[in-house]
Design a protein around this ligand. Structure first.
Ligand SMILES: *Cc1c(COP(=O)(O)O)cnc(C)c1O
Length: 366
């Protein structure tokens, strides 16, 4: 059996260090917002080359608290429009809605799985205040084009970097340092994953970082003094310590993912399979290796028969989700087609060459 992702194998590499961290954690008797969280925050900020990192409870809250933070700072107001891709994971859209803002969905580009720039441009109105690019599947969004539009229209850029830890854009900057602020998730299956929930905001904006530090902890910076209407969304000490163990290995893991992607791209020659476009640079960290197939259902069953695990990211377009029925009348033909035909092949830094070759052979025999 080749699982879609073997999280146990990913984490068992760090088992001895995790056990040490857990013992230290038990001995410390300190569980919430202590030294481990601040140490990880400064390590992750260094890694992303941003000035600030604020640990929060999960990726959805990271995005939501950035938006709430900008409201506190007067840069966003209830009802402002935020532009977002129509083929993203629902969390990006939920963050906008939960912050009392209006998501404006935009058509995708089938080659990049990202914004169609022309559609993005057309979606900008006088109520638009921010763009939320998603580095979907681990590939950085077209940030130069997005930046040009944002500068011209005076818009905030908030990256959803939940799938792109460590990706490097063509200007040499990492995901998380390509806009005004970025949200990360450390959900276990992400490229940098905790052993539970976790998330972080990165930014170079001191006032935003300060506000989010309060918002994540009941709007308070000193105990029982509440300056803002905050929430409870803190990164756990124990998760922060596990993330500090894993962070030094993130670049090597991303290299391993890119190498596997390269072998897939070289090896898969079946004309029924459309491969992802990849320019060979570090702007992709292959959180997912997503191919397109006409008859997806049959292909997925075929791989299952051959004991190869796959997942679909994502089977239903956000505007077709019951929870977002307000968008049901919208039409995004490219995005809708992607939702019908994408399928993710096994991808993780611990896949063996033999496993990768087996996937290639089975896919080519389809
Ligand atoms: C995982 C993910 C999130 C949400 O992260 P959680 O930690 O699960 O809340 C947001 N956006 C994208 C693109 C994601 O992949």
């Amino acid at each position: 059996m080749i699982p879609f992702i073997d999280i146990h194998a990913i984490n068992s590499r760090f088992e001895a260090s995790f056990k040490n961290q857990f013992q230290d954690f038990l001995d410390s008797g300190y569980y919430i917002l202590g030294n481990q969280v601040s140490a990880f925050e400064s390590r992750f900020a260094d890694y992303c080359e941003t000035q600030y990192c604020v640990g929060v409870g999960n990726g959805l809250d990271a995005l939501r608290l950035i938006l709430e933070g900008y409201k506190v700072l007067g840069k966003l107001q209830e009802g402002d429009e935020v532009i977002v891709a129509s083929n993203t994971y629902i969390a990006t859209i939920l963050a906008i809605k939960q912050a009392g803002l209006k998501p404006v969905l935009v058509e995708a580009e089938k080659e990049t799985f990202n914004f169609n720039i022309k559609a993005l441009k057309e979606a900008i109105s006088s109520s638009t205040k921010a763009i939320m690019p998603v580095h979907l599947y681990g590939q950085i969004a077209p940030m130069d084009e997005i930046n040009n539009l944002a500068v011209y229209n005076k818009l905030l850029i908030i990256e959803d970097a939940a799938q792109a830890h460590g990706a490097v854009y063509q200007n040499g900057k990492r995901a998380g340092n390509l806009g005004h602020a970025a949200g990360f998730s450390f959900y276990p299956s992400k490229n940098l994953g905790a052993l539970g929930d976790g998330g972080a905001v990165t930014t170079n904006d001191a006032s935003l970082a300060g506000v989010i530090k309060k918002l994540r902890n009941y709007g308070s910076s000193s105990k029982y003094v509440n300056e803002l209407l905050g929430v409870n969304s803190r990164l756990d000490e124990i998760q922060a310590s596990f993330l500090s163990v894993k962070l030094p290995f993130l670049d090597a893991d991303n290299d391993a993912r890119r190498k596997i992607a390269g072998v897939y791209i070289q090896g898969i020659t079946n004309p029924k399979i459309t491969l992802p476009r990849y320019d060979g640079t570090k702007n992709h960290v292959f959180h997912l290796f997503v191919v397109q197939v006409e008859a997806r259902g049959g292909f997925q069953d075929y791989l299952k028969e051959a004991a190869i695990g796959t997942l679909i990211h994502y089977p239903i377009a956000p505007h077709h989700q019951e929870a977002l029925k307000e968008f049901k009348a919208l039409e995004f033909p490219v995005s809708e087609r992607l939702h019908q035909h994408v399928i993710s092949l096994p991808m993780s830094p611990v896949m063996t060459p033999a496993q990768v070759q087996k996937v290639i052979n089975v896919v080519n025999a389809y």
